[in-house]
Each structure stands twice: as C-alpha cells, then as structure tokens.
Design a protein around this ligand. Structure first.
Ligand SMILES: [Zn+2]
Length: 58
C-alpha cells in the first residue's frame, strides 16, 4: 500500500497519508487546507511541473 507524503502549502506541515486509490486527495491535519503538495517518496518522479495541466478533456 502506498504511503504518500504531503507538504501543506498553507502552513508548511508535512504529513503522510495512506492512499488506496490514485487520485485521492488529502487535507492538512493541522489547518485542514487542501492545498497540499504530494511528495513522491520512493519514486523517482520529480518532474518539476507545477500541476496545472494545460489540456482540458471537455
Ligand atoms: Zn496546513
């Protein structure tokens, strides 16, 4: 089971969440902000993209 690490962009709190499905979102346990950044620990997936994909499927 993958455990993802998140960093809250609001308060800077770092926490980890057990994610069962890809695409699950998480909220900061400290300030309950959903502006969290997922840190892929254990994977070499550091693209450096800021997640605002330019393509909309609709
Ligand atoms: Zn926070």
């Amino acid at each position: 089971m993958p455990i993802y690490e998140f960093t809250c962009e609001q308060c800077g709190h770092e926490f980890s969440v057990l994610v069962r499905r890809m695409g699950d979102s998480a909220a900061c346990p400290e300030c309950h902000s959903e502006h969290v950044k997922r840190r892929m620990s254990g994977f070499a997936a550091h693209g450096g993209k800021t997640g605002s994909g330019g393509y909309a499927p609709t």
